[in-house]
Design a protein. Structure first.
Length: 292
């Protein structure tokens, strides 16, 4: 092998920033529109995320439905209007407010229903987070983070809500099945914010609105609204976010799971047998009932 080829391969290994993926538009009826992302589009670099929908819902759209093997996470953006009602078979009946987060670790199985309250316009993220095999059969549980409990990092040029884990001097909520950092941030024109990505974690970065430049090492990507990129797991590194116009971004970071899985709608299990067993349990009513 020539020296040039060796250097080229070393450069390729150092390239941790992924490509830019544009969202797929999605619409259901007259009350639900979304920018949709699926793990298939990122070639494993979205792991442990399976799906992210940036959605607006103004009318009930989905019947109560089963989740298993994953966490179903709802992040209500601050520009949402009114309540977003969350009911599940853990006995919860919660009116989520703008800025709230609700993490349903469905694990072995749980049914939930989410719908906007009367006159509401919900702008939020729906996120499916995979669970490792060792946690897929655990009992379901949930975490509700209220907007007033979310720490905010504010400085000239940026304002960042630290929903989960830590960035800089701020620590958000803990208690998710696996550690995940989740930031909901805003940049002013000419603003800049940086996040230290821990060793072994990879990141998914989404431009909700505006144009966002992502820098990592010697690489950079410029995201337009409704597009995303990734930073592959590796040694600890700095991720810098910059914008020449007002921009809204979301950054999520966690250690990848890297395990095989079987998807069946909103069930993500380790084997086909696990899927069949979970569906049978659901048919038998073993996951309980949603409060009425």
């Amino acid at each position: 092998m020539t020296k040039t080829a060796t250097l080229k391969r070393a450069d390729e290994r150092a390239e941790r920033l992924g490509g830019i993926v544009a969202a797929t538009p999605h619409k259901i009826g007259g009350g639900f529109t979304a920018h949709h992302f699926s793990e298939e589009a990122f070639g494993g670099r979205m792991d442990p995320l399976l799906m992210v929908d940036d959605f607006v819902m103004t009318a009930p759209t989905f019947d109560p439905h089963l989740h298993a093997g994953i966490s179903a996470v709802t992040v209500i953006f601050e520009d949402a209007k009114g309540e977003f009602v969350n009911r599940d078979t853990l006995g919860h009946d919660i009116a989520l407010q703008p800025g709230d987060l609700y993490w349903l670790a469905a694990a072995s199985g749980a049914v939930h229903e989410e719908r906007p309250g009367k006159g509401a316009r919900t702008h939020a993220l729906q996120i499916f987070v995979n669970l490792p095999c060792r946690l897929k059969k655990e009992p379901a549980r949930a975490l509700h983070v209220r907007a007033e409990d979310v720490p905010v990092l504010a400085a000239p040029g940026h304002r960042v809500r630290v929903l989960l884990q830590r960035t800089g001097t701020a620590s958000g909520a803990e208690g998710t099945p696996e550690e995940m950092t989740m930031l909901d941030g805003f940049l002013e024109e000419g603003g800049r914010f940086s996040h230290r990505l821990p060793d072994g974690s990879q990141a998914w970065i989404y431009a909700v609105s505006g144009r966002l430049t992502v820098r990592c090492g010697d690489s950079q990507r410029t995201l337009s609204a409704a597009s995303a990129t990734t930073v592959e797991a590796g040694p600890a590194t700095e991720i810098a976010l910059e914008s020449d116009e007002p921009a809204h971004f979301v950054l999520m970071a966690a250690k990848p799971i890297r395990e095989p899985f079987v998807k069946h709608g909103s069930l993500v299990m380790s084997t086909e047998a696990d899927v069949r067993r979970t569906l049978a349990y659901h048919a038998e009513g073993k996951f309980g009932r949603i409060p009425t």
